[in-house]
Design a protein around this ligand. Structure first.
Ligand code: G16
Length: 544
């Protein structure tokens, strides 16, 4: 083995977004692109020498190539040990679990999450710190700043590739590379949290479930727990083999992209419970027979029933949700007499609250739910939480949600995504609306009365850090809201997200179709922001 210094130049645009650096595979394949970013990262991690790093990804195209590069760079940067998932695979929540269980220094996760994969798809890299969670902004900003100053990177050369299929230890010079079972630590953690006997009995009684892993990283985890430990019949997990192109799936578990599962869950003979996870298995979608649960409702229902589940019997310290997530969980927190924290979009903002014991459950409208068991959202965890509730209450998914609405009221909710908008047009839309926000308070539009409007800013209650410009909020009388922000995870142009929410207390009005229930808010959003005129588009690309 030889360690060499390779001359390079700064590459523009390597600023991590909502969740790491995500670009087209073809961008990552450019000479030095990955190496530059990893060099910048390792330089920022000043006390890395002699430490243990966790490494793995969602198995998408370019994953294996990137794993070998990062191993050779880790060897050149003085790490003592790298724990890498077999086959280069580690779901995002499993990476978090491994970092925490093994007391690792941090971890590198290779994923573009729910974005499509394959040679023409997306790739991504993110860094998780020692608590198992995404690096906070001060770290990602420091990495970005470093990428802009690089003149060389350091890498080990004249070494064989690590055999990622072989469990156990191998070496690159002084670096010990340990190939680990990607599933074991996470599966063990799930058994500490949930009532496996009750869930086993649920399956043994003939109840049926379908889990769609969407050809991505979640398959091995779901199979090991559901079909292995819980005795669900083979075939309960569909699309369970992780494939480099996800079998052509767009591995985003929502009704727009998980249509195979939606079809399976329709009709009188559908399974009792349906679920799906995304590319790196941190997102989840929950379905009953002919019944879709919104992620915001899911968080609220889990919070309301948490003490039925062994891992949460002692109750919750608090709930946290991202700002655009519906306020359904706030009502549960109020009933429980615990705080509900409102954070910017991005799981990284939950880390401090979880570490400080100020929140136990967290959730986002973007199909993410999790708890203090790791520091990432966790798809399989959410599914097992629901399964545990189905088993312990004997109720169906629909019964649980309807009972919740009857008790707390229903927060009608929808997100409209305007994708592939030219960046300058999207920026113009946002700055135009931003400049008019202060004049909106007090205005009435038909039956809708604006109470307040602002650009959401967040002060972290633990470390006092401030994050500004996190989304434009138009808050209406009665708890309705319109929120607009630009996505931080897309790779083509800009994606405008419009979040719509309306609260309905009356159970007689809990059966409306959500788009109808939200119709006046949808119209007002376009009227205030000029979405169609700015984007030149007639309709959102995706409605969830
Ligand atoms: C990431 C973040 C989430 C965020 C989501 C959507 O999820 O971890 O916190 O809610 O992106 O972000 P945006 O609206 O900026 O696109 P994932 O599953 O893609 O890692």
């Amino acid at each position: 083995m030889k360690i060499i210094q390779v001359p390079t130049q700064a590459i523009a645009g390597q600023r991590p977004g909502t969740s790491g650096l995500r670009k087209k595979v073809t961008v990552f394949q450019q000479p030095h692109y990955l190496e530059n970013f990893v060099q910048a990262l390792f330089e920022v991690l000043e006390d890395r020498r002699g430490q243990t790093l966790v490494l793995g990804g969602d198995g998408r195209f370019h994953n294996r190539v990137a794993v070998q590069v990062i191993l050779r760079m880790a060897a050149a940067h003085g790490f003592a040990r790298v724990l890498v998932g077999q086959g280069g695979l580690l779901s995002t929540p499993a990476a978090s679990a491994v970092i925490r269980k093994r007391g690792a220094y941090g971890g590198v996760v290779l994923s573009a999450s729910h974005n499509p994969g394959g040679p023409d798809g997306d790739f991504g890299i993110k860094y998780n710190v020692g608590n198992g969670g995404p690096a906070p902004e001060k770290v990602t900003e420091a990495v970005y700043a470093r990428t802009q100053q690089l003149t060389s990177y350091t890498i080990a050369t004249e070494v064989d590739d690590i055999d990622l299929g072989r469990l156990g230890e191998q070496r690159i010079g002084d670096l010990v590379v340990e190939v680990i079972d990607p599933v074991a630590d996470h599966a063990e953690l799930m058994q500490q949290l949930f009532d496996f006997d009750a869930m086993r009995a649920w399956f043994a009684s003939g109840k049926r479930m379908c889990y769609d892993a969407m050809g991505a990283a979640g398959g091995p985890y779901a199979k090991a727990v559901l079909e292995g430990l819980l005795g669900a019949p083979a075939g309960t997990v569909i699309n369970g083999e992780p494939l480099e192109d996800f079998g052509g799936h767009h591995p985003d578990p929502n009704p727009a992209h998980a249509q195979e599962l939606i079809a399976i869950m329709s009709g009188p003979h559908a399974p009792d419970f349906g679920a799906a996870s995304d590319g790196d298995a941190d997102r989840n979608m929950i379905l009953g027979r002919d019944f879709v649960v919104t992620p915001s409702d899911s968080l609220a229902v889990l919070a309301a029933h948490a003490t039925r589940v062994p891992g949460y019997r002692k109750g919750l310290a608090g709930i946290a949700r991202s700002m655009p997530t519906s306020q359904a969980a706030d009502r549960v927190a109020q009933m429980l007499g615990i705080p509900c924290h409102e954070t910017p979009t991005g799981w990284k903002f939950f880390g401090n609250l979880l570490d400080a014991g100020q929140a136990t459950l967290c959730g986002e409208e973007s199909y993410g739910t999790g708890s203090n068991h790791v520091r990432e959202k966790d798809g399989l965890w959410a599914v097992l939480f629901w399964l545990n509730l189905l088993a312990s209450t004997g109720q169906s998914v629909e019964q649980l949600v309807r009972a919740h609405w009857a008790r707390f009221g229903r927060n009608y909710y929808s997100r409209h995504d305007w994708e592939g908008v030219a960046t300058d047009r999207a920026d113009a839309l946002m700055s135009s609306l931003r400049s008019r926000l202060s004049g909106l308070a007090g205005q009435r539009f038909g039956s809708l009365q604006v109470e307040a409007a602002d650009d959401f800013a967040y002060t972290d209650p633990v470390d006092g850090s401030v994050s500004k410009a996190q989304g434009l909020r138009i808050l209406l009388a009665g708890g309705s809201r319109i929120v607009l922000r630009l996505s931080g995870t897309g790779t083509e142009g800009a994606t405008l997200r419009v979040y719509l929410e309306r609260y309905e207390a009356d159970p007689a009005r809990h059966d409306l179709e959500p788009q109808q229930a939200l119709a006046d808010l949808i119209t007002l959003a376009d009227q205030l922001a000029g979405i169609r005129s700015h984007t030149g588009m007639a309709a959102p690309a995706v409605i969830t």
